[in-house]
Design a protein around this ligand. Sequence first.
Ligand code: HMG
Length: 389
Amino acid sequence: MSVGIDEISFYTSNYFLDLRTLAEAQQTDPEKYYVGIGQEKMGMAAPDEDIVTMAANAAMPLVAEGAGERVTTLLFATETGIDQSKAAGVYVHRLLGLSSNCRVVELKQACYSATAAIQMACALVARRPDTKVLVVASDVARYDLNTPGEATQGCGAVAMMVSANPRLVEIDPEVGNYTEDVMDFWRPNYRNTALVDGKYSTKIYLKSLKKAWENFRTASSLMFTDFGHFCYHLPFGRMAQKAHQHLAKLNKCALNAEQLERQIEDTLLYNRAIGNSYTASMYIGLASLLENCQQNLAGQRIGFFSYGSGCVAEFFSGRVMDGYERWLHRDQHRQLLDARQELSYEEYLQLYRYPDPRDGEHHDIPATTTTGRFRLAAISNHKREYVVC
Ligand code: HMG
């Protein structure tokens, strides 16, 4: 019996800042962003959007028309937690109308935890093949203004249904892991923005790739040349390009630069327009590959490299199923990205600086033109109130 990803859907805010606008405000050459880091736009969450509304919006198509009935577990991966105690997934569970017999838990390890969720989901489904596990990953990436990280902000959520005999991607059981206690990127509980040692983080990312790959090779007979495509964690597109060249070099791969680029280019398209969505980013990269690759990917092996600062990394593999293209939400995703509204620099600052109420008073959150079905309507007595639009 095979186990893996049966369906995938993502969501991002209705608002974005073009990195040319940021470059102009910062008097930086826009090519540094467009070419140097390989990013064009970054999603900006509105005051009435957060990890809960984005996750519920991403997951809604996967549970429509009774499809959520067999979901016995909801795993919510995030590093943008809204509560130290209650799992954000419990709100999503209600908004989606899932069964009261479905368990819910939140997972954290920087950008890596969605991969832990996928592996746990596969194990749960392998034990009970008649059930499904809904994995959601949702994040808002925020750095301080006027720092090198600012251009790598973004926001987004991805939802994946994990089941037996999946229609999209079967996940192989062999994995390679690497963990090391490092301070490359972190966000103490009292901060809204991440702290980062940017250059160091890129070095640790590459080191972890090498170590996780070596560990993967001790568990799996698959070699570099067995993979048609690779999905990397995507803090920014150029990071994946560097990582792929690094892995190819480690494997003394004979492919030239253009051929290597073809193995990852389709994974980068959506993230170039959304920015870093932390836990969601590698899986939005998978959706981007499945929905934009001109070749039929059926039967091809995909290599996945998941990285979470701090750090935990994992290399694993999957195989694309026959007929996968029939089960994608391609049109919906393209419409979502095409319909977004561009922000001016001043509007971006307004969203960035929107106050985060902490006083326990009643605060109505102004309704924006968010396209989603769910919104955060108020924070009252320290409780978040979500509504269905
Ligand atoms: P920086 O230091 O300002 O940028 O920010 P730079 O000076 O290194 O320039 C970037 C690239 O643009 C360079 O290319 C420049 O040459 C090029 P490279 O040498 O790297 O090939 N460049 C230009 N290209 C064309 N035209 C120009 C031009 N000017 C320069 N005019 C940095 C880079 C990564 C430090 C910053 O973006 C940052 O701090 N980002 C946040 C941290 C990050 O994303 N780290 C990635 C690895 S860690 C990770 O992925 C985990 C994470 O997602 C968090 C989690 O796990 O939860 C972040």
